[in-house]
Design a protein around this ligand. Structure first.
Ligand code: UD1
Length: 426
């Protein structure tokens, strides 16, 4: 278990407004994309979280200078002279693999340590490789390092992805923008973060159309015509969805500011199906609830389906709803570790393969629990807020990967949560 923990006093409600940070899953890829525009790019609205610090280290190791000023990152990639990312960095954060596409785009070659499996499943990269191979990249693996070369240069191709993988779509995009000729990515991921990446690449001089649809077309341009840019990261829909789940759990009202409600259409539909009142403006969403939570079935799917990154938070809601909910995880194998921690707090959940049958438990009891991953950790803190008594959430380094000042934001909504340096004793 990690050293730090979060102590939560239960039986609390959450209400008020919270400012949502920039999207982790966008900012990481925008940082990788900056490798293609030689010079200083500025990426605004970048969350201050540990995954961003790791990606900064990845870029520095390649020769870039990265400076944070408040929520902007100034990234100068003019001196980048390495195309190698070692295991020591990739093992700290799997998303380091997203430098593969831009390094190939910039140098025609790359050496990136193979990411291992992680706690939410095998998380293979076969689709990244198949997609890049179609663009003319040759791969070999040497002692755990992926060696990419392009003996005949990068050339555009028509690629059909087996599954709309976010990471594979992004890596392909960041190579295809400088390939000779045009590329079509069919069955591309449609996540808002893909659109954000394409917008930044276009700001840099790339020619992309169809971002946000299942067919993305890229007209390759010479590397020399890509330039640095200033780009603002979109709001984090998963952070917003987490605080909305908190509002739904306790009754709210909770307002999340700085998020386009369009990114959360399916989650909003499910909140309404569970008995919540949701109202939206251009860049905010408010949730409240007067009656009981009611059960609903949820299945995770690629965007615009229900996001896997909100599955744990909504399993928590289901565990306190009247009736039985069936939650089906279709995106990642092995993403139900959260359920066993929640069961330690009194939730009634039966796991059957990739389905969770959740029977409303009426109430939860505080208990010591461990964050099994980033989203599970955030959901366990929410569980502690409505549980009877005290909850200590361990392994909170996972939460720090993706939530800026989670404890501070929850406190501003009225939660009694405290970060402790040593394992908390109640
Ligand atoms: C990204 C997000 C993650 C989110 C996920 C799905 C980042 C840093 N992470 O992860 O928070 O949960 O999208 O919305 O942006 N797969 C393969 N082979 C491949 C690629 C993927 O089998 O080559 C499988 C994965 O194991 C997984 C599924 O496809 O089961 C989805 O993966 P993908 O969409 O690629 O997610 P990530 O980009 O890893």
């Amino acid at each position: 278990m990690g050293k730090e923990s979060i102590l939560v006093r239960g039986n609390k409600t959450l209400s008020g407004e919270v400012k949502i940070s920039g999207a982790k899953n966008s900012a990481l890829k925008l940082m990788a994309a900056s490798l293609l525009g030689q010079g200083q790019s500025t990426i605004q609205n970048v969350p201050d979280i540990s995954d961003i610090a790791i990606m900064s280290d990845v870029l520095r190791r390649l020769g870039a200078s990265v400076q944070r000023i408040d929520h902007s990152l100034l990234i100068d990639t003019s001196a980048v002279d390495s195309f190698s990312t070692p295991y020591e960095l990739v093992s700290r954060m799997r998303a380091s693999i997203s430098v593969l596409g831009p390094l190939i785009g910039r140098f025609g070659q790359a050496q990136v340590a193979m990411p291992g499996g992680c706690q939410i499943g095998a998380r293979k990269i076969d689709m990244h490789l198949v997609g890049l191979e179609s663009l003319g990249v040759l791969f070999e693996v040497d002692h755990g390092t992926l060696i990419a070369t392009t003996p005949d240069g990068l050339r555009g191709a028509h690629v059909v992805l087996e599954f709309p993988s976010v990471g594979a779509t992004e890596n392909m995009l960041m190579a295809a923008v400088v390939a000779e000729g045009s590329t079509v990515i069919e069955n591309a991921a449609r996540e808002p973060e893909i659109v954000d990446l394409c917008n930044m690449l276009c700001d840099m001089g790339a020619r992309i159309s169809g971002a946000g649809t299942a067919n993305i077309e890229v007209e390759g341009v010479p590397l020399s015509s890509l330039h640095p840019c200033v780009h603002e990261t979109i709001g984090d829909r998963i952070e917003a969805g987490t605080f909305l789940a908190g509002g739904a759990l306790t009754g709210g009202p909770v307002t999340v500011q700085g998020i386009d409600p369009d990114y959360l259409r399916m989650a909003i539909m499910k909140l309404k199906a569970m008995g919540c009142v949701v109202s939206c403006g251009e860049d905010y969403i408010t949730v409240s609830r007067n009656g009981d939570l009611t059960s609903t079935d949820i299945q995770t799917l690629p965007h615009p389906g229900f996001p896997t990154d909100l599955q744990a938070q909504f399993m928590l809601l289901a565990s306190l709803a009247d009736g039985i909910s069936v939650i089906t995880e279709n995106v990642f194998e092995n993403r139900f570790m959260f359920a066993s921690e929640l069961m330690r707090m009194g939730a009634d959940i039966t796991l059957e393969d990739h389905h969770a049958i959740v029977r409303g438990a009426g109430a939860l009891q505080g208990a010591p629990v461990s964050s099994t991953d980033l989203r599970a950790g955030a959901a366990l803190v929410l569980a502690g807020i409505v549980a009877e008594g005290y909850t200590t959430v361990y392994d909170i380094q996972h939460i720090d990967r993706g939530y800026e000042d989670y404890v501070g934001k929850l406190r501003s909504l009225g939660a009694d949560v405290t970060r402790t340096d040593a394992p908390a004793q109640v």
